[in-house]
Design a protein around this ligand. Structure first.
Ligand code: GAP
Length: 465
């Protein structure tokens, strides 16, 4: 259980801020909403895109032995039998007898300080449920009266290609994790590229799970996005590679600007039988430290299972030694949505400016900021200022996501840009028309600098590197 105090106020603030400023909307709101499904608004779409790009750069661009993949959401149903998801991918759920809401029993137990996880058997969970009855509270109504816990499969089913009335007897699945698409393309990637073990395959894409959620916003969604990398290594090198990736992934979050005190490692106490090691990087969300990313040493389980179920060899022949072996897998797996929430939480600041003034500012690193530069004419009713500002804007937008704003006074425009995390605001005033000098204002220091228009591109390129 996390020993940290929950910060419900901060959570409420972030949820309402995310909606008000166009980062995250609840899905289907005009129809009353749709539980645990969310949409990214205009600024959220930019932030999510920048998060994907930062991950892709750190994985595929910066490592010459990692290649990308974009496999389909639908796969042959046998994939999910081979992976073990049809038989064993489930959450322990119980019903509150008072308000009839469904609850995750492992989460209830954890919140009461009792170790439990979704890998336990129904019997083990039910023993804990009875033993700790008095400590457990329904998050909705506070009752301690729960039905017996049952395991419910998390895979989302589809009738794709099956037009019979009882399609659910042989369903297709929306993928529950993206990495299965990587395993089943292991041979294709090897045969079509010059990769040599150790090599990795990286992929970003949607995944779907029947989650029961307890007001954790985009932390636990039914439709979410994963960024997964599977490194295929010689069995003897697997644990060394694993340690290297633990270090790299920790450093990645620091490079992303996440405060180190808000990160910690958590070792899985209850490993699945095939795993050699599993650690999570946890982030201090407003509801406590929770999993952000998993780094797993999965042994040869995945390739062996798919080889067995498909009848195809999934092996590697070392071209120098001719040794043939089934590579072991080191996996790094993180959600776009969880990174998004971690980044929002980490960068959301309410600053007291003295004299009764304050501002909300998103102190995002420049590579993640949805808008990099905002351009303002000092006054909107002076056509010559507006025309010059448009000219500057039209030039800058070819390089960066930019925003043109002539609404309200400049102070209000700064506040609006601070809230969405825009690192630089450029103001065109009468002096610009005479001397070519613009004012560039820094989001974090709020200091203003005079920059000649001739040097503006270079100035911004240096700052936005
Ligand atoms: N292939 C391994 C795997 O899928 P996981 O721990 O189930 O492992 C990996 O998921 C990551 O995917 C998590 O650390 C989290 O960042 C993200 N994730 C998992 N379930 C999610 C959900 N329901 N909503 C949002 N993100 C989720």
């Amino acid at each position: 259980m996390s020993e940290e105090k929950k910060d419900d106020k901060l959570m409420e603030k972030i949820v309402s801020f995310a909606k008000r400023r166009g980062f995250v909307f609840g899905s289907s709101e005009i129809y009353g909403g749709f539980a645990a499904v969310y949409d990214f608004g205009p600024y959220g779409t930019e932030l999510a895109k920048n998060i994907r790009e930062a991950w892709w750069k750190a994985m595929v661009q910066e490592n010459d032995n990692i290649v990308g993949l974009d496999s389909s959401i639908f796969m042959h149903p046998k994939v999910w039998e081979a992976s073990g998801h049809v038989g064993g991918f489930s959450d322990p759920l119980s019903e509150c007898k008072q308000c009839h809401s469904r609850v995750r029993v492992d989460h209830l137990l954890e919140d009461a300080g009792v170790f439990a996880d979704e890998k336990m058997t129904e019997e083990e969970i039910n023993i804990l449920l009875v033993e700790n009855k008095e400590k457990l509270r329904c998050p909705k109504c506070g009752s301690s009266d729960f039905s017996e816990s049952k395991n419910f499969n998390l895979l989302v089913q589809s009738n794709l290609g099956n037009f019979t009335g009882d399609w659910d007897k042989e369903p297709t699945y929306l993928r529950g994790e993206t990495c299965q698409g990587i395993y089943i393309n292991f041979k294709n990637v090897m045969d079509s590229t010059r990769v040599k073990v150790p090599f990795g395959i990286a992929q970003v894409g949607k995944a779907f799970r029947n989650e029961i959620t307890a007001r954790q916003f985009i932390f636990r969604k039914r439709e979410f996005e994963q960024m997964e990398m599977q490194m295929f290594v010689h069995p003897d090198d697997a644990m060394e590679m694993y340690e290297q990736w633990r270090e790299k992934r920790w450093q990645y979050y620091l490079d992303l600007g996440i405060k180190e005190e808000n990160l910690k490692w958590h070792e899985h106490e209850n490993l699945v039988f095939y795993a050699k090691a599993a650690w999570d990087i946890e982030y201090k969300f407003p509801f406590g430290f929770k999993e952000l990313e998993g780094v797993h040493a999965r042994g040869d389980y995945d390739l062996t299972q798919h080889a067995k179920h498909s009848g195809k060899k999934l092996e590697y022949r070392n071209p120098q030694t001719n040794e043939v072996f089934v590579p072991h897998v080191v996996e790094t797996s993180v959600g776009v949505d969880r990174t998004f929430l971690a980044v929002l939480t980490d960068s959301y600041v309410e600053e007291d400016l003295g004299e009764g003034k304050s501002r909300t500012v998103l102190k995002l690193p420049v590579n993640l900021a949805p808008v990099k530069v905002a351009v303002f004419p000092l006054m909107k009713n002076k056509p010559e200022l507006v025309a010059k500002a448009r000219e500057v804007f039209d030039e800058l937008k070819m390089q960066y996501m930019c925003e043109f704003d002539d609404n309200g006074n400049v102070g209000k425009r700064y506040r609006r840009q601070d809230e969405i995390g825009t690192p630089y605001c450029v103001t065109i005033d009468f002096n610009t028309l005479e001397t070519g000098i613009v004012t560039v204002r820094n989001r974090d220091t709020m200091e203003q600098e005079n920059v000649n228009l001739e040097n503006l591109q270079k100035y911004l390129a240096d700052k936005l590197k």
